[in-house]
Design a protein around this ligand. Structure first.
Ligand code: ADP
Length: 368
């Protein structure tokens, strides 16, 4: 049967973009269908420029149209990106950081699972992939970014009230550790914690960023609530180790984000396995626990990272880019987790192109 314009439209109405429950046609993404000289060109408008989403759609569309046509007809897809609305939806207040496209919180149910390590590799990894990235050390109780990013010898500077971010390892960064006496215990009562955190976020000159990664304090305390109130978040990442006791806490962190109406973009399993001198893999903490938890809670799994001594060494030395040079397997795992996060961000942007500011529902979760 010869291919017709209607048949192409019918075919496209069966294709769902990644992560979507509706098809391309009902989402209003088809801009143009041209059928000339046995060649099809489809114009598609997406709310995201994400390459991996375009590549998947291109493959799905080509396959479906060729199967409808019964021949290997050339199928070209021309993608354009829909600009997000300049004003937030509904009654939402204006975004205080309009130059930042996506704010992503990184949380964990408990301390020591590698939340700061993961925040750092996500930030530097996304920058390695070509994005403009900021990393905020929002762990105001136990900031570790000065060490992990090697900022100890760098002087903080400001322009009036606005702090200059530290531009290191291809990213912009800020941490409270550079603004207070590092020897002092950081005791912040609720309102002070909110103030300190909001100054760090809002009074740093982030400029134009694709992603601002915010490393939160562990647990379900005040800072995630402050962040959710201050900024329109694209979503959050939950970091955990695979053993049962850590998973239970991670599940609470997921629930906290959900209670704050923050989309959980995915889970990263850290310290998933260890390769011994004998070359064997040891699943010290029971590899796969976080992936199972993510599946059970219908949350994307972004990837698993092994324990490697050099990751600890690089954190202590403030050389995060060296994590991408430990060995090919680790480089691949880190890069894949960054790509998976970028893809989830794009999927979330497609579901919510206006990124409305959060509404906080219910009472804040209890402090940990
Ligand atoms: P959190 O932010 O959850 O408290 P950190 O990222 O500070 O955890 O990590 C705690 C310690 O574990 C740090 O010394 C860090 O270098 C180390 N670490 C974290 N992840 C790994 C890993 N995959 N391999 C080796 N060491 C790691």
């Amino acid at each position: 049967m010869p291919l017709t314009h209607d048949a192409i439209l019918q075919t496209l109405s069966k294709i769902l973009p990644p992560g979507q429950e509706r098809d391309l046609v009902s989402l209003g993404m088809i801009r143009d269908i041209q059928l000339e000289d046995d060649r099809v060109t489809i114009g598609i408008e997406l709310p995201t420029p994400e390459e991996s989403i375009r590549a998947r759609l291109q493959a799905d569309i080509e396959g479906a149209i060729r199967s409808e046509a019964g021949t290997d007809i050339p199928v070209e897809t021309v993608f354009t990106t829909k600009a997000p609305p300049s004003t937030p939806a509904g009654d939402a207040p204006p975004n205080p950081l309009p130059g930042v496209k996506h704010v992503i919180a990184v949380g964990a149910g408990k301390g020591g699972v590698g939340k700061s390590t993961v925040s750092t590799f996500l930030a530097t990894g996304l920058a390695r992939l070509g994005a403009r990235v900021g990393l905020l050390d929002g762990d105001i109780y136990g900031p570790s970014m000065s060490t992990m990013l090697g900022l100890d010898e760098i002087q903080a500077t400001a322009n009036g009230n606005v702090l200059d971010p530290f531009e290191v390892h291809g990213i912009k960064s800020m941490t409270i550790a550079k603004l207070v006496d590092p020897e002092k215990a950081m005791i912040w009562r609720g309102p002070m914690a909110h103030k300190a955190f909001s100054q760090l976020v809002l009074q740093t000159d982030w400029g134009e960023l694709d992603y601002l990664i915010v490393d939160l304090p562990p647990g379900t305390g005040d800072v995630p609530l402050s962040l959710a109130q201050l900024l329109p978040l694209t979503g959050s990442v939950v970091v955990c180790t695979p053993q049962r006791v850590a998973i239970d806490d991670a599940r609470r962190a997921v629930r906290m984000f959900q209670q704050l109406n923050v989309n959980v973009l995915g889970v990263v399993e850290n310290m998933s396995w260890f390769v011994g001198d004998d070359g064997k893999e040891y699943d010290i903490f029971g590899r796969g626990g976080a992936e199972q938890m993510a599946a059970g809670m219908s949350i994307p799994f972004l990837g698993a990272i092994p324990i490697h001594m050099n990751m600890r060494v690089n954190a202590d030395a403030g050389t995060p880019l060296a994590n991408f040079e430990i060995n090919d397997e680790i480089t691949g795992k880190l890069e894949q987790a960054c790509r998976n996060l970028a893809e989830q961000v794009s999927i979330s942007a497609m579901q919510d192109p206006g990124r409305p500011t959060l509404t906080i529902s219910g009472s804040p979760p209890p402090s940990s």
